[in-house]
Ligand binder design. Structure first.
Ligand code: VGL
Ligand code: ZN
Length: 199
């Protein structure tokens, strides 16, 4: 049977958590909530996609080479590994992004799996029309992934209790959420999925 919905978890890596090279304030706090979404999707036998920011040592993405960011999530380093609290499920589809040294590649739609298959192809193959998005960072990867998804006709649910932003400017995350909801994304939280009505 083809799944209609999938969970997409973006960049829950050591470097994006407190004490990481590009630590998102309280970035680790969302991980227990993400784990509960993972259980929910596992129980329903729905696909789970997990991205990793996966940069080469030299990339225009980094300050040293003209970009905006300190070096982070360098391929095969501890900072690029998933945060140890994340319960990565067996069967999750792993995606990598940020390998092109000329581009920022914030969007999961620029990610590919180990064989070079793009996210769009994987979604089409599995018949997925709707993405439930969690992870880091609200104002970059979550934002640009959502924009790309909406532009390509996917439905989006933003898991509002399972995202955190960098906030270089204080309102960046708030504005990102406003922008993507205006484009059609819906905001939901864990209770919206799991609360059983009494009758
Ligand atoms: C990201 C900043 C730099 C992200 C990646 O995945 O949100 N943010 N690289
Ligand atoms: Zn990056």
């Amino acid at each position: 049977m083809k799944a209609k919905k999938a969970l997409l978890i973006v960049d829950v890596q050591n470097d994006f958590c407190p004490n990481g090279a590009l630590g998102v304030p309280q970035g680790n706090k969302i991980i227990p909530v993400i784990n509960r979404y993972i259980n929910f999707f596992k129980r329903k036998d729905l696909p789970i996609f997990i991205t990793r920011d996966w940069h080469p040592v030299r990339t225009r993405h980094f300050k040293d080479f003209g970009g905006a960011w300190p070096a982070h999530c360098i391929q095969n380093t501890p900072g690029a590994q998933f945060h140890p609290d994340l319960k990565v499920p067996a069967g999750a589809i792993m995606l990598y992004k940020g390998m092109d040294p000329e581009k920022d590649s914030y969007s999961a739609f620029q990610a590919e799996d180990i064989s070079g298959m793009t996210l769009v192809k994987l979604l089409a193959f599995k018949g997925i029309k709707e993405l439930y998005i969690a992870g880091l960072a609200t104002d970059y990867c979550v934002k640009f992934t959502s924009i790309d998804a909406l532009k390509q006709g996917f439905k989006i649910k933003i898991l509002i209790d399972a995202i955190k932003g960098v906030n270089l400017k204080p309102k960046d995350s708030e504005n990102a959420i406003k922008q993507i909801t205006k484009m059609g994304a819906k905001k939901i939280k864990l209770a919206d999925l799991t609360i059983k009505r009494s009758r």
